[in-house]
Design a protein around this ligand. Structure first.
Ligand SMILES: NC(=O)c1ccc[n+]([C@@H]2O[C@H](COP(=O)([O-])OP(=O)(O)OC[C@H]3O[C@@H](n4cnc5c(N)ncnc54)[C@H](OP(=O)(O)O)[C@@H]3O)[C@@H](O)[C@H]2O)c1
Length: 262
């Protein structure tokens, strides 16, 4: 196999110039930070979550900072809204190069035995089925382009169950397998599929775990890096996986967890 003869500049390696990125759950937390970083590296970003006013706000902030972004609301549990999200993105920007399946839900905290079947279905619908549906809708667009990067926002809980987050952990384990399945099937079409597995990150989603010092201590005190992480410590992984720098990575899990996984 021949080595590339022209040295690739850093901008080419990590740059997203002209690429179109669709990020779900981008009105706050990890998704918002990913959307902002992608725009800083040249991508045209579609910012999505349930509320139009929230996604407008993030998109406007990106544009004010000199980037290109559009807010398109979609409840990811609703197939019609997902269809609209994909069609509008393609109509606006002409394609989709990067999909970040980031939005997720966890309506319950406690022993798995107390999780109702309604809550179970909701967790699976939003965290697993919606990610699959959206990836499936984006697939023909990426296949036609001959390239694409799909990033699943998983969790360390997908490997080791988080206390009190049993069925959420099941959903992230399923998302991990979905990552591998799609990576294997879509690789020949030039589409890479990888997952990011954060540890405890300070966002609204995890507030119940860091609001209380005692609970937070149980999660982080034993870690090699004995603190929770920030959204800025997750977004660079998403940049790597979206860019040419990760061109040989697919079906893999990338951890940023302070060493939880050791
Ligand atoms: N924070 C952590 O410690 C941690 C650890 C491991 C993994 N993760 C994963 O990281 C991802 C992002 O979490 P986060 O911590 O950044 O959470 P967050 O700050 O609460 O943000 C969640 C985002 O998802 C959107 N959202 C929620 N339900 C949605 C739905 N049904 N349809 C569309 N959008 C929806 C929310 O916007 P609206 O409410 O406006 O719709 C928001 O933009 C999730 O997949 C989570 O499982 C987080």
């Amino acid at each position: 196999m021949e080595e590339p003869s022209v040295p690739i500049s850093e901008r080419q390696l990590f740059g997203l110039d002209g690429k179109v990125a669709l990020v779900t759950g981008a009105s706050k937390g990890i998704g918002e930070e990913i959307a902002r970083l992608y725009a800083r590296f040249g991508a045209r970003v579609v910012v999505s979550s349930r509320r139009q006013s929230s996604v407008e706000l993030v998109a406007a902030g990106i544009r004010k900072a000199g980037g290109e972004a559009t807010g398109i609301a979609a409840h990811i549990g609703d197939s019609d809204q997902l269809r609209h999200l994909v069609d509008r993105t393609v109509a606006l920007y002409g394609g989709i190069d990067i999909l970040v399946n980031n939005a997720a839900t966890n309506p319950v905290f406690g022993p798995a035995v107390d999780c109702s079947s309604v809550a179970f279905d909701k967790i699976m619908q939003v965290n697993v089925k919606a990610a699959f549906e959206l990836a499936k809708m984006v697939f023909p667009v990426m296949k036609k382009q001959g390239r694409g990067s799909i990033i699943m926002m998983s969790s360390i809980a997908g490997q080791t169950p988080d206390p009190g987050l049993g069925i959420y952990s099941v959903s992230k384990a399923a998302l991990n397998m979905l990552t591998k399945v799609l990576a294997r099937e879509w690789g020949p079409d030039g589409i890479r599929v990888n997952a990011i597995c954060p540890g405890l990150i300070k966002t609204k989603f995890s507030q119940a775990l860091w609001d209380d010092e005692a609970i937070l201590g149980r999660f982080v005190n034993h870690l090699p890096i004995p603190r929770m992480g920030s959204v800025e410590e997750i977004s660079p992984l998403a940049l790597f996986l979206a860019s040419e720098a990760s061109s040989y990575c697919t079906g893999s899990f990338f951890y940023a967890d302070g060493g939880t996984n050791i």
